[in-house]
Design a protein around this ligand. Structure first.
Ligand code: NAG
Ligand code: NAG
Length: 484
């Protein structure tokens, strides 16, 4: 059933319905204040050092597309048991520095919905020094006091812990308990000051089981940011999807979320990660596909310059420049794109998330009633708006016999992936509402044991006295306007 059908079914007068539909139809897409999910945006602030159009300045940040911005990363000062800037010139104002902390925080003034957090840790900080800090009650106490002061000093709304990962990479088994102690003590201090405390959480089953007392952590953290990506990469020596929505094994996004829910994380605190980058592979198999052998290096993107990694902006730019070099395939199980460039003896492969991937993943998060979505990271979206719009974002949505969705126009311009998140939240919520509404309609008998077998004409019964012609006209007007 379409939106107009529903408005009419609820007895809205036609002029009002038309007005509402016009409004919905003409905007340049949804923003975060149009829904109540969180959209948490990590910014890898070193992206400012990338070359050419890939250099990401904080001035490019679009606060209308994020509920939470996370400045990544600060580090740990082990002598002082305190947070320290890892790039004083970019982060601070001292010595004519660029004052990144304060510039991001100041964006709240014109965007009252926005919360700005500072992340401490990240991959390059390693695990061991956080392991040592968490193991010592006196050092923990000092860190809590100093961290609180630091967060307040720069006006952040909270702290995001990015210890990658307790018990791993040089950590100890006892990190699991010590991390809980650190989080509990931090949260007591932060809650008193009305500040947020969140944490990035590894997504592999082995990491989750070893590193996190999920249920207890969930009590003290405001949000858990699930790093549901990096499931496969060139390090495997095999071509695999970076962030498969589903797979035959346990290494997929759906399993990670379901596992965390089973372990006692409330859906209302889970924020599911979306990668704005792909993983790259080089294979000696011509026309290589997922599952084929590859070398353990991959190849780099021109701006991010890291073997095995390519930002979405770099991928879409390459596809735009050299469209004939690449064969594109959609992998249904993973809900990811596979781009292959082959020369008869070898292949380069990129597995990445496009708008269709993002929409499908958002749909899963909405169906699981999660708090929302997180992205790593906004600086590899097509933030300049240089690439062509993708037209197939919602092709997997809606059992067309059950629901009639108002599908947004293709996103264009800056931040196509980030824009898709808010748009897809609304579409996924609409789809869910319609699916839940239709079986309970009085004049429809649900099929035994199922919800999905109503006759496809069921929607028109609800229109009542309004003739199908009027509805048709309305729909025509709306559709026409949406594509202006
Ligand atoms: C992803 O990598 C893991 C091993 O790290 C492997 O078990 C799994 O099969 C891979 N997935 C795919 C689809 O290749
Ligand atoms: C074929 O592609 C591989 C991988 O990109 C590359 O290393 C190799 O030089 C190419 N060979 C030829 C003959 O172009």
């Amino acid at each position: 059933m379409s939106l107009s059908d529903r408005l009419l079914a609820f007895g809205w007068p036609i002029p009002l319905a038309v007005l509402l539909l016009l409004q919905l139809g003409t905007g340049s897409g949804a923003i975060v204040t149009d829904h109540d999910r969180v959209v948490t945006c990590y910014i890898s602030t070193w992206a400012v050092y990338r070359t050419g159009t890939a250099s990401y300045n904080l001035d490019s940040f679009d606060a209308t597309l994020c509920t939470h911005a996370i400045y990544a990363f600060a580090g740990l000062d082990e002598q002082k048991n305190a947070i320290k800037s890892l790039d004083a010139w970019q982060d601070l104002k001292d010595n004519y520095g660029k004052g990144g902390y304060e510039r991001l925080v100041s964006m709240r003034a014109s965007n009252p919905h926005l919360k700005v957090l500072l992340a401490i840790g990240g991959w390059n900080e390693g695990s061991e020094k956080y392991s040592n800090l968490a193991a010592d009650p006196e050092r923990r106490q000092a860190f809590v006091k100093n961290a609180l002061e630091f967060i307040k000093q720069y006006g952040f709304d909270g702290l995001d812990l990015d210890w990658e990962y307790p018990t791993q990479r040089g950590g100890k088994p006892v990190d699991r308990e010590n991390f809980v102690a650190l989080v509990r003590e931090l949260s007591q201090a932060f809650r008193k000051s009305n500040l947020l405390l969140t944490s990035a959480i590894g997504a592999g089953k082995d990491t989750i089981d070893a590193a996190y007392d999920v249920k207890t952590l969930s009590k003290y953290l405001d949000f858990l940011h699930i790093m549901s990506y990096d499931y496969n990469g060139s390090w495997n020596g095999r071509i695999g999807p970076n962030a498969p929505l589903t797979s035959k094994d346990l290494l997929n996004v759906e399993y990670s979320i379901e596992h965390l829910l089973e372990l006692g994380a409330p859906a209302s605190k889970l924020v599911m990660g979306l990668p704005f980058y792909g993983r790259t592979f080089v294979s000696t198999v011509a026309k290589a596909r997922l599952g084929d052998e590859a070398n353990t290096e991959g190849f780099p993107g021109p701006a991010t310059k890291e073997n095995g990694f390519m930002g979405y902006n770099e991928v879409c730019d390459e596809l735009k420049r050299n469209p004939d070099d690449w064969t594109l395939a959609w992998d249904t199980a993973a809900a990811e794109m596979v781009a292959t460039k082959s020369n008869g003896t070898a292949s380069q492969v990129i597995v990445y998330d496009n708008t269709r991937s993002i929409a499908n993943k958002v749909r899963f998060a909405v169906r699981q009633k999660l708090a929302g979505l997180m992205v790593w990271s906004v600086d590899t979206d097509d933030f300049n708006g240089l690439c062509a719009p993708e037209m197939d974002t919602y092709v997997d949505f809606g059992d067309r016999d059950k629901v009639a969705l108002a599908i947004p126009a293709p996103v264009n311009g800056k931040y196509p992936l980030l824009k898709t998140i808010s748009n897809a939240i609304l579409v996924a919520q609409d789809e869910l509402t319609q699916e839940n509404v239709i079986p309970s309609e009085p004049d429809e008998v649900p099929a035994p044991g199922g919800t999905g077998s109503g006759p496809s004409g069921a929607g028109s019964k609800l229109v009542g006295p309004v003739s199908g012609a009027v509805v048709g006209m309305l729909l025509f007007v709306v559709t026409a306007i949406r594509y202006v």
